[in-house]
Write a protein that binds this ligand. Structure first.
Ligand code: APR
Length: 242
């Protein structure tokens, strides 16, 4: 691992444009369970998370969706960013062009000090009115969520998170795509790379000539596609760079 890290450090120090995609694994060391990994996937009250976290459930039973999200917000509020989050926050200052794209909705990257994060799947500390589009920012430790209804049009608010069966925010994805196309190095950290279009950003970067680096204790569907795949925890590996 030492030799791999020093070789990668040389490549990083010669690079100007860095793009990073993170997934649930980067928050695992903060105590936030991943969705998959180890062959299992998350379940809520007997329902697979893909079902409770879906556009259909928002239509059919928004209260149940909020119960699941408030449960998660209850877990997340007692979790702190870890060494991996802080390392990436530092990287932001070190590169001419640094882009942090995350699939995570836990808000730990911003609590670690990262700025201008592209949150592809939204943020669990925001609620949205589907009628007028108004967004409500909540404090991360404000559980249960407040308010429940839009002050403009009294419509019941929903989590401002991309759920299964929903499109990603178009503008955010377009910027991420462009940064993936332009970067010198693309890191995929703590993601099983099973969910598209987010995982597709790594392929776009690779086809555009970027060096692809993976950090994950387990192999993923993108491992063979990577130039470097570091087997280990993000919190152990990332602080070793730079
Ligand atoms: N450091 C790095 N990677 C880790 C660590 C760690 N300490 N612990 C676990 N991992 C890896 C696992 O091996 C697994 O490959 O993180 C990955 C987590 O994968 P998932 O649970 O599938 O999470 P993610 O890839 O972010 O899921 C993508 O799917 O459920 C939807 O919207 C949700 O954003 C999520 C998307």
């Amino acid at each position: 691992m030492e030799r791999k890290l020093s070789k990668l450090n040389k490549i990083i120090n010669m690079s100007a444009k860095i793009c990073v995609l993170t997934g649930a694994g980067i928050s695992a060391e903060s105590g936030i369970p991943t969705f998959r990994g180890g062959g299992n996937s998350a379940v809520w009250k007997g329902m697979p998370f893909e079902q409770i976290s879906s556009a259909r459930m928002v239509r059919e039973n928004l209260d149940a969706v909020w119960e699941w999200f408030d449960h998660r917000r209850g877990v997340y509020k007692d979790c702190q960013p870890n060494a991996a989050h802080f390392a990436l926050a530092e990287w932001q200052e070190k590169f001419e062009d640094f882009t942090l794209v995350t699939q995570n909705v836990d808000g730990l990257h911003s609590r670690a000090g990262s700025k201008n994060i592209i949150e592809l799947h939204g943020n669990i500390n925001r609620a949205r009115c589907e009628k007028c589009g108004r967004i409500y920012q909540m404090k991360f430790d404000e559980v249960p969520h407040q308010p429940d209804f839009c002050e403009n049009c009294e419509t019941k608010l929903r989590p401002d998170v991309v759920l299964f069966g929903e499109m990603l925010p178009v503008e955010a994805f377009q910027i991420a795509e462009q940064k993936a196309r332009e970067c010198d190095i693309f890191f995929i950290i703590g993601t099983s790379a099973l969910v598209y279009p987010a995982a597709g950003l790594a392929e776009i970067a690779k086809f555009s000539g970027a060096v692809l680096v993976e950090i994950n204790p387990e192999e993923t569907s993108l491992t063979n596609f990577c130039d470097h795949s570091l087997r280990g925890k993000a919190g152990d590996i990332l602080p070793n760079f730079l």
